[in-house]
Design a protein around this ligand. Structure first.
Ligand SMILES: C[S@@+](CC[C@H](N)C(=O)[O-])C[C@H]1O[C@@H](n2cnc3c(N)ncnc32)[C@H](O)[C@@H]1O
Length: 196
């Protein structure tokens, strides 16, 4: 779903970039994020700052996608050296089964009422043993946040506990989980035995 104007602006603030660079990416790295020579997809790439940070880690290939044209336009203007697509993450038909080593999400599933479809697609496109790094706010925190700050997140049954249950039901192996004051960060891997 498209962001509200207030969230669109907030996602392009210095403090968002500071948090992503100094806190979120380093924490993912401590949780095992290793991108050298890997095929990487970032879902909900926003204005492209995540692309910049992830591409410092020498992936073999990187694609960032986002459903909002305005976001992808910004990303393309700022980082013309990277590849970005306007694409709804609930349908990733252009990516073949088992074609990605790593999928990364910085705070996106809570914007997608059909978030389970995204997880199904992530599972399909990951190689066996491929890694999925996802950070999301907890459902209750999100409701409180919207109550006070009116960012207008969509009505959804999304919650971190539900996401973890769903990942387990889709046979992802849990590798690591970190709790931070605002977000929960999770690293899971596709089961080695599974082809799609
Ligand atoms: C909270 S922003 C996070 C942006 C960026 N990852 C960051 O951390 O700054 C959520 C992003 O998810 C994108 N998004 C929402 N629904 C989407 C969907 N169905 N498919 C792809 N991207 C989506 C939004 O357009 C927005 O850029």
């Amino acid at each position: 779903m498209k962001l509200s104007d207030i969230e669109f602006r907030a996602m392009d603030s210095w403090w968002r970039r500071w948090g992503q660079e100094n806190f979120e990416v380093p924490l993912f790295q401590r949780m095992g994020l290793e991108l050298r020579d890997k095929d990487v997809l970032e879902i909900g790439c926003g204005n492209g700052y995540g692309a910049y940070l992830l591409n410092q880690r020498s992936p073999r290939s990187y694609i960032g996608l986002d459903v909002m044209e305005e976001q992808v336009e910004k990303a393309r203007q700022r980082y013309p050296q990277y590849e970005f697509l306007v694409q709804d993450a609930t349908n990733l038909h252009q990516f073949a089964d088992g074609s990605k080593d790593v999928v990364v999400i910085f705070g996106v599933l809570h914007h997608i009422p059909e978030w389970r479809k995204v997880i199904d697609e992530v599972k399909r496109i990951l190689k066996p043993n491929g890694s999925f790094f996802v950070e999301e706010p907890r459902g209750m925190d999100l409701k409180l946040f919207d109550f006070f700050f009116r960012w207008g997140h969509p009505d959804s049954d999304f919650g971190v506990n539900r996401m973890e249950e769903y990942l387990k039901s889709r046979s992802f192996k849990s590798s690591n989980k970190q709790w931070t004051p605002l977000m929960t960060m999770i690293h899971v891997q596709k089961n080695l035995a599974e082809l799609s």
